[in-house]
Design a protein around this ligand. Structure first.
Ligand code: 15L
Length: 282
């Protein structure tokens, strides 16, 4: 069937969610789906992951499995995509090569494919591990020098710099979310500072998708925890107002965590400071 001009218009309005089968993807699939369909901002929600989705594809959803490291597949994945919520890739600290493939090469493919497809905005899951070597308790914000705590943190800084490059050179807007600990509940003492509830994650991502004229913006993603270390810089511009707080769990979790004299307890990146080195020992 030959596509009409109306089909083409509709086709250029899709919203892409990468990492759709992961924990965060499963949390965001339903709220992002509400933005899609007849009369909504986006025509369809295109779901992508390297593994199978957790639930059957709905009426305004499309299932497009894809490897981030496969350039051609990424170029076709981005066709007709107006905006992206990019959660895909390696989400933990580990050996360099898999992180390089998914988070460095994959982000290069994402931005190149977005440029070719005319995509207008990317909401990127960056991470607090971009600054995980600051001491716990030290207040920091997105304007402070990065201090990554591993290859994963470095890969997130690469992504943030790609976002800046593609804004400055090609006008693709990005919101880089340095996410804290996204979980149903805080599990340890560190999370009293770093927790981001599922509901606040949803608020943050929806704000990052819809705020006007963001250019290239990096913000920390955390709930309204009184013990948090990360500044609110950028939240007002996005219209993000967190509603949840980890404080209700203080009694239960404040004694839980690594030994007090370890790097894991002293630095903001927590348990990631206990991982590595992964390469050959001298
Ligand atoms: C992250 O960026 C990770 O994806 C997640 O697994 C957690 O470790 C989180 O940060 C955190 O810092 O708690």
């Amino acid at each position: 069937m030959v596509a009409t001009s109306t089909d083409k218009l509709a086709d250029s309005r899709n919203l892409l969610l990468t990492g759709a089968a992961g924990v965060l993807g499963r949390v965001l699939r339903t709220p992002l789906g509400r933005l899609c369909g007849a009369g909504q901002t986006y025509a369809a929600l295109r779901l992508s992951d390297r593994v199978a989705l957790s639930a059957a594809v709905g009426p305004h959803e499309q299932d497009n499995p894809c490897e981030l490291a496969d350039r051609r597949a990424m170029e076709s994945l981005l066709q007709g995509v107006a905006a992206v919520v990019h959660l895909g890739g390696v989400a933990v600290e580990g050996p360099f090569e898999p992180i390089c493939e998914a988070n460095i090469r994959g982000v290069f493919h994402l931005y190149e494919a977005a440029r070719l497809a005319g995509t207008r905005r990317i909401v990127l899951a960056s991470s607090n591990h971009a600054s995980g070597c600051y001491p716990q308790g030290q207040p920091i914000g997105p304007a402070d020098l990065p201090r990554p705590d591993g290859y994963y943190g470095v890969s997130k800084l690469f992504a943030e710099q790609m976002a800046q490059l593609y804004w400055d050179r090609y006008g693709i807007e990005s919101v880089c979310l340095r996410l804290g600990t996204v979980a149903a509940e805080p599990q340890d003492r560190r999370a009293l500072s770093t927790w981001l509830s599922f509901a606040d994650l949803e608020r943050l991502v929806l704000a990052a998708l819809s705020a006007k004229d963001v250019g290239c913006l990096t913000v920390y993603g955390v709930s309204a925890n009184p013990a948090r270390w990360w500044s609110e810089a950028g939240w007002e511009q996005l219209g993000y107002r967190p509603q949840d707080s980890a404080e209700a769990w203080r009694e239960q979790v404040q004694h839980l965590g690594p030994p007090a004299d370890s790097l894991m307890a002293r630095l903001q990146g927590g348990s990631f400071l206990g991982l590595g080195p992964f390469e050959r020992q001298p």
